[in-house]
Design a protein around this ligand. Structure first.
Ligand SMILES: NC(=O)c1ccc[n+]([C@@H]2O[C@H](COP(=O)([O-])OP(=O)(O)OC[C@H]3O[C@@H](n4cnc5c(N)ncnc54)[C@H](O)[C@@H]3O)[C@@H](O)[C@H]2O)c1
Length: 429
């Protein structure tokens, strides 16, 4: 396939890098603007700076077509399309738009007439038109929707998901003008093998993303609250969820756990809460969901305390092994990870902590599962990496001298573990 034109991707992280690979795979010349020089060097040498199976598989194949650079001019000049994929965190539960504003300020002087600018970073409704548009227009001297095209196409990537990758997840998008929307749709249709749904406004496209992630947050909060009440009532929530899942309509299973992590689900509800508040509406339900999910690491620590108490051991001085540090299985991303909050709380209570995650070497203080588990009083499983929990059989735990287990993901065989005389506690069971 011949080279189709230049795409500039701003921010080569979990979103920007798969996108850069996909565009290169589809024959575009890709320039990545990235401030982190280590990432730039790795990408330019065809190595993935992140643990992402799509990037690991594709970057070595298309590496030659992606040039990463911290130099704005080099990356952004003469691009037909510029796509912004920088972080949009929440700080003190409030949206922090500083990265996306800076990215737009950097991009603006290089925008040319007819260029398509797409914001893929997650933002609250109104951000693109009210906050970013003026920055882009001021810096470029051009009018959005007339001289250049501006739109929002939220990224839905799910790192670690083997079935749905950036190549086949349907997308929604909207631009300021009809012409822009058509142009953007054509572009995404040329790279994505799934439906591209045009929405009537950028605000709707922005809202789609925050609503999708808030939907997950509130449903997870619902089952987490059930876990707390069913623990008291002595009902096995896992069995209840399994039972409810036999209903072929009107029910969708969500599972309790140690809380919600990652750059999206733990943050995006704050974007929706803040934008509604600006419009004069208080989202009490969404705030409560956040509160419940944020309370879960402390709940896991409470379960750990109770479990140790059964053995006559206090947390202070107890040898505890925390397994799984990323926020979800199969990846190395620890942003907002509940496991790290559990670690902080246990340390503050004086536990002697061994931590291990096969994907997160830089935060593990044990170099193998065997080393982490050996001779501890309690194992807390916070993240259910297959590599980990498949090995955590009753026989294995017994052979390592483990006395108790808190399974914060309900993935271990509790009855088997108990049968070996090990105290076992799941979450909501
Ligand atoms: N991670 C996900 O699963 C996911 C999924 C969907 C949407 N999103 C959204 O996508 C956006 C990006 O998230 P991410 O997970 O890829 O973040 P990330 O931190 O992995 O990557 C962002 C990259 O942008 C770089 N960067 C920051 N400011 C820059 C600037 N001014 N110029 C150039 N580079 C800059 C950072 O160095 C980093 O490498 C966020 O808005 C996020 O909410 C993330």
């Amino acid at each position: 396939m011949g080279v189709k034109g230049k795409i500039a991707v701003i921010g080569l992280g979990y979103v920007g890098l798969p996108l850069a690979c996909l565009c290169a795979k589809k024959g575009f010349e890709v320039a990545g603007l990235e401030l982190d020089r280590e990432k730039v060097e790795l990408v330019n040498s065809g190595q993935s700076p992140i643990k992402d199976s799509y990037v690991e598989e594709n970057l070595p194949k298309v590496g030659g077509k992606i040039s990463a650079t911290p130099d704005a001019g080099q990356a952004l000049k003469a691009a037909g399309i510029a796509i912004v994929c920088v972080p949009t965190p929440a700080v003190d539960d409030k949206p922090d738009l500083s990265f996306v504003k800076l990215a737009c300020k950097t991009l603006a002087p290089f925008i040319s007439r007819g260029e398509l600018v797409v914001i893929e970073s997650t933002v609250y409704p109104g951000t693109t038109a009210e906050v970013l548009r003026p920055i882009l227009e001021r810096g470029s001297g051009l009018k959005a929707g007339k001289d250049f095209f501006l739109g929002h196409c939220p990224e839905r990537i799910d790192p670690g998901n083997k079935k749905f990758s950036i190549e086949n997840i349907p997308r929604v998008l909207a631009c300021l003008s009809k012409e822009g929307s058509e142009k953007a749709k054509k572009f995404y249709e040329s790279i994505v093998d799934a439906k591209i749904e045009l929405l009537s406004s950028i605000e709707s496209a922005e809202a789609v993303k925050v609503v999708e992630n808030t939907f997950r947050d509130v449903n997870i909060a619902f089952v987490n609250e059930l876990a707390k009440s069913f623990d008291r009532m002595g009902i096995d929530l896992s069995e209840v969820i399994k039972g409810a899942s036999t209903k072929p309509f009107g029910y969708m299973p969500f599972y309790p756990g140690p809380g919600v992590g990652g750059h999206c689900i733990a943050q995006d509800p704050y974007y929706l809460i803040a934008s509604a508040k600006k419009a004069g509406f208080e989202h009490s339900f969404l705030k409560l969901a956040r509160e419940i999910n944020e309370s879960m690491p402390a709940y896991v620590v409470k379960l750990a305390e109770e479990t140790l108490k059964e053995l006559g051991i206090g947390v202070n001085g107890a040898k505890i092994c925390l397994l799984g540090l990323s926020y979800k299985p199969g990846i190395d991303d620890t942003r907002e990870s509940p496991a790290l909050k559990i670690a902080e709380l246990l340390k503050a209570k004086g536990a002697v902590l061994k931590m291990f995650d096969p994907f997160v070497a830089n935060k593990s203080n044990a170099s193998s599962l065997d080393e982490a588990v050996k001779g501890v009083d309690l194992v807390v499983l916070a993240t259910h990496h297959k590599k980990l929990f498949k090995k955590l059989t009753a026989t294995y735990l017994k052979s390592k001298g483990v006395k108790a287990v808190v399974d914060a993901r309900n993935v271990l065989n509790g009855p088997d573990i108990k049968s070996k005389g090990i105290v076992y506690k799941g979450i909501g069971k």
